[in-house]
Design a protein around this ligand. Structure first.
Ligand SMILES: Cc1cc2nc3c(=O)[nH]c(=O)nc-3n(C[C@H](O)[C@H](O)[C@H](O)COP(=O)(O)O)c2cc1C
Length: 214
């Protein structure tokens, strides 16, 4: 396979900022909030996009990008189809990880923990806030299933729209999840790949902080 060789030479030197124990918040949720607000202030494209990894009951991992829609000290929320590949995997194995990467800030955040379904009221509230097109897509698309063609999907949307207009409720198979973390890692790129990595692990209800080797 012919391939441009330049990509092997891609080598960005990090070093805009540092992450020091003396400056980092003792509470990882507050630290997340601080970095997330900086990402928003910097108007990064899809600053709330993260990679969610799930693992099948056979131990096989799979990853995809999702949008973080809410967070507080109880966890990190996203919305999706409960019958999707991730939904089925989470049903059998509720452990998952999220990773945010903000290249402009030379930062990465990893979060690991256990996933819970959001209660139906929260899912209803968020569903109502979505634009009509997204609500319809959520209600119609059999996410992660094989479909015949693009035309079939477009037809399904058209049929649904004719039947229901914009008068329909959140389907039971679509809603929110919350990742309840027991591990965070904040990563700041540094010179010569000697990056700063600060991990927080939840041990007996206390967040234990350690510096990890880059
Ligand atoms: C920037 C971006 C944001 C996305 N946000 C979501 C989302 O919030 N929820 C969702 O179900 N899929 C979202 N997707 C699509 C997912 O990556 C994925 O294709 C879909 O959820 C099906 O994944 P699965 O088959 O592993 O379950 C997004 C994709 C991108 C690139």
């Amino acid at each position: 396979m012919a391939m441009k060789e330049e990509f092997k030479r891609i080598r960005h030197e990090y070093g805009k900022k540092v992450l020091l124990e003396s400056e980092i918040d003792q509470n990882p949720f507050k630290q997340f909030k601080q970095w997330f607000e900086t990402a928003l202030d910097n108007k990064l494209l899809d600053a709330n996009a993260m990679c969610l990894s799930t693992v099948s009951d056979k131990g096989r991992p799979s990853s995809r990008i999702l949008l973080l829609k809410d967070f507080d000290e109880s966890g990190f929320c996203f919305f999706t189809n409960y019958n999707s590949k991730k939904g089925i995997e989470l049903e059998k194995n509720p452990y998952a990880s999220m990773v945010f990467f903000w290249p402009k800030l030379e930062r990465q955040i990893r979060i690991e923990g256990i996933i819970e379904k959001l209660d139906t009221t929260k899912s209803d509230t968020y569903f109502k806030e979505r634009p009509i097109g997204s609500r319809m897509a959520a209600a119609v698309s059999p996410q992660s299933k094989a479909i015949e063609s693009r035309e079939e999907l477009d037809q399904m949307i058209q049929d649904f729209s004719q039947k229901h207009g914009n008068q329909f409720k959140r389907p039971d198979f679509w809603g929110g999840y919350k990742l309840v973390p027991d591990l965070f890692e904040f990563w700041q790129g540094r010179e010569n790949r000697l990056n700063d990595r600060i991990e927080y692990k939840l041990e007996e209800k206390l967040w234990i902080q350690s510096r990890l080797a880059p």
